[in-house]
Design a protein around this ligand. Structure first.
Ligand code: FAD
Ligand code: SF4
Ligand code: SF4
Ligand code: SF4
Length: 382
């Protein structure tokens, strides 16, 4: 039976609930907005299946990727609507055209992030683009397993811990029909903080379209674009460039990422994914507007999938990709003000008023840390 002593020991992948034969595991959000499993002990039969699929309890060994590529989708419009080079879309189209189902993260009507399956090219738009809030798996694993049982191909995409959890659920005889795709994962921000910030932006209005990686300022200088209907019924748009939007800063400074992200169980290509996608940072001058993705090949199946798509592809040294993107290998420690932030966050109401100001206030590192950082940079002390 799953017992969580420390919050960092659960990445919230939701695999345990999917495998439980008596369905006695449910999920409940804590005060920070992250979901944790709750076991109804009176119904648990002690089979241990939940422990067997947990990626934290059963970490795979990190591996060195077989190859690293820069990849650019030749379709500029698709690239523009994707976070990096638009490679995910190319893979997804191939699967849908062959009658398969593609699973990934999408926004629901309230702007929360949820996993869902897509079977047509028109619907693929919903899965495109990075969403900076932990996605709720819900019934996605069960639907993917059903599609496999029906003899179909499945592309399952998500964070490395979600992909790892999913692969623990897939029976070996189906593995040949699964293309497992994960992302380079800095960490996932709190759904509660995202809900509050979105509500603050929309003034309680209804979100219509959200883009965390709007490229109007360029690939690296992305911004947050939210189209919404105000409470008086008027449709409008809010756009904040990356350096002005507090939500990004709180995210990259790890003010409100999930506790497990500081000790990630699935770093270093240990999720079992066939392909891992990220941004090829360091190439901003060569691809200033729409960007370029980095693709790490984890398996023969991944190599074949990459070969099958028509795109601009070029070999990159692994060390070069990592040099500009430390999250590929390393977990990021939580911000020193994380606890302080969350205790104050609890008083922010549903309308999210004061959310941005609270992030701004807490994202500043304590003065002593800033001084130590400055001394280290100036005099090179480790
Ligand atoms: C929370 C988060 C942190 C990231 N951190 C880094 C990083 O540190 N360095 C880096 O190089 N790249 C990072 N990425 C990945 C990067 O932003 C792109 O998603 C990736 O390069 C694929 O780009 P694309 O253009 O090929 O496809 P896109 O269309 O941009 O990507 C869509 C893919 O992202 C998945 N996805 C989107 N949001 C989520 C979510 N909330 N949870 C699970 N899966 C999601 C979709 O399921 C789909 O597979 C991160 C993405 C997310 C969501
Ligand atoms: S031990 Fe078995 S029955 Fe109990 S919670 Fe885990 S999977 Fe469910
Ligand atoms: S990491 Fe996943 S499988 Fe393990 S306890 Fe948490 S939700 Fe369950
Ligand atoms: S950093 Fe690790 S634990 Fe956190 S969401 Fe990403 S893969 Fe999961």
């Amino acid at each position: 039976m799953i017992i969580i002593d420390k919050k960092s020991e659960c990445s919230g992948c939701e695999a345990c609930a999917s495998v439980c034969p008596v369905r006695c595991i449910t999920f409940e959000a804590d005060g920070e907005g992250f979901l944790y499993p709750l076991v109804d002990e009176s119904r648990c039969i002690g089979c241990g299946a939940c422990n067997d699929v947990c990626p934290v309890e059963n970490p795979r060994h990190p591996i060195a990727p077989r190859a690293t590529f820069g990849v650019v989708n030749p379709n500029r419009a698709v690239r523009r609507l994707s976070s990096s080079g638009g490679f995910f879309y190319l893979l997804a189209v191939g699967i849908v055209e062959r009658g398969g189902v593609v699973f990934g993260a999408a926004f629901d009507e309230q702007g929360a992030v949820v996993h869902r399956g897509v079977e047509s090219i028109d619907e693929l738009d919903a899965l495109r683009g990075s969403k900076y809030s932990q996605s709720h798996i819900g019934s996605a694993y069960a639907e993917a397993l059903q599609a496999l049982a029906d003899g179909r191909e499945v592309l399952f995409s998500g964070t490395p811990c979600q992909v790892s959890g999913f692969l623990h659920l897939v029976p070996q005889e189906y593995r040949d029909r699964v293309l497992a795709v994960d992302i380079v994962c800095h960490g996932v921000p709190s759904p509660a903080v995202w809900r509050a910030r979105l509500s603050e932006i929309t003034g309680g209005g209804k979100p219509l379209k959200i883009n965390f990686r709007d490229k109007r300022g360029g690939w690296a200088k992305y911004g947050l674009a939210v189209e919404y209907r105000r409470t008086d019924g008027v449709a409008t748009e809010s756009y904040t460039p990356k350096d002005k939007e507090p939500f990004y800063r709180g995210f990259v400074e790890d003010l409100y990422c999930r506790p497990s992200c500081a000790e990630c169980p699935s770093k270093g290509f240990s999720s079992g994914a066939d392909l891992t996608l990220g941004d090829l940072w360091g190439y901003e001058e060569r691809y200033p507007e729409d960007g370029v993705g980095v693709v790490f090949v984890g398996s023969e199946r991944g190599a074949k999938a990459l070969e099958s798509v028509e795109a601009e592809k070029f070999r990159v040294e692994y060390s070069e990709a990592v040099a500009h993107n430390p999250s590929i290998e390393k977990s990021n420690p939580a911000h020193p003000n994380r606890e302080k932030f969350f205790s104050a966050f609890l008083s922010i109401g549903d309308e999210g008023k004061g959310c941005a100001a609270l992030i701004d206030k807490n994202v500043q590192k304590p003065f002593t840390e800033l001084v130590i950082g400055f001394v280290k940079r100036k005099f090179g002390k480790k």
